[in-house]
Design a protein around this ligand. Sequence first.
Ligand SMILES: *[C@@H]1O[C@H](CO)[C@@H](O)[C@H](O)[C@H]1NC(C)=O
Ligand SMILES: *[C@@H]1O[C@H](CO)[C@@H](O)[C@H](O)[C@H]1NC(C)=O
Length: 161
Amino acid sequence: MLLALAFTLATQVVAEDFRPIYHFVPEENWMNEPNGLIKIKSTWHLFYQHNPTANVWGNLNWGHATSSDLVHWTHEPLAITSENGVEAFTGTSYYDADNTSGLGSSTSPPYLAYYTGYFPSNGTQDQRLAFSVDDGASWKKYQGNPIIPAAQESSHDETGG
Ligand SMILES: *[C@@H]1O[C@H](CO)[C@@H](O)[C@H](O)[C@H]1NC(C)=O
Ligand SMILES: *[C@@H]1O[C@H](CO)[C@@H](O)[C@H](O)[C@H]1NC(C)=O
């Protein structure tokens, strides 16, 4: 009887599909840590390390979700994609209110996302920039990437990549 009661109580706080109720998870497949959390106007943006094609680490992209209350989340398309042999590792984001980057449009200030580029072919990394001029809905990779090349980092790289 106690077991049955415990089971009843437990099932009341478990979602029907066994997904966590309070902790964000992607619609499917692998996620790692949050990246570049930022509030733009009244919308909270959560980015996170995400493999959209398999439930294992690898093929890392920035997944994206938005919320108006930090409880209910809407899944959004990938923000920064793995492309041309460069995966999008972890990073941060920044509101460039003064358009210091010059990446803003005439009407919209730029939001910047800094991420580590990772080359699975040889394990090296560099630092890259992406930006949004539509309040975080979509993200473009900066044409001048990498902004800090692996060679420039190497003298500070104590781990050999
Ligand atoms: C941001 O700078 C670029 C490059 O100078 C300019 O074309 C654009 O109009 C600027 N946008 C804003 C909002 O100031
Ligand atoms: C690693 O691979 C990338 C992409 O092919 C290349 O640009 C870079 O020079 C390589 N770095 C080293 C140290 O081999």
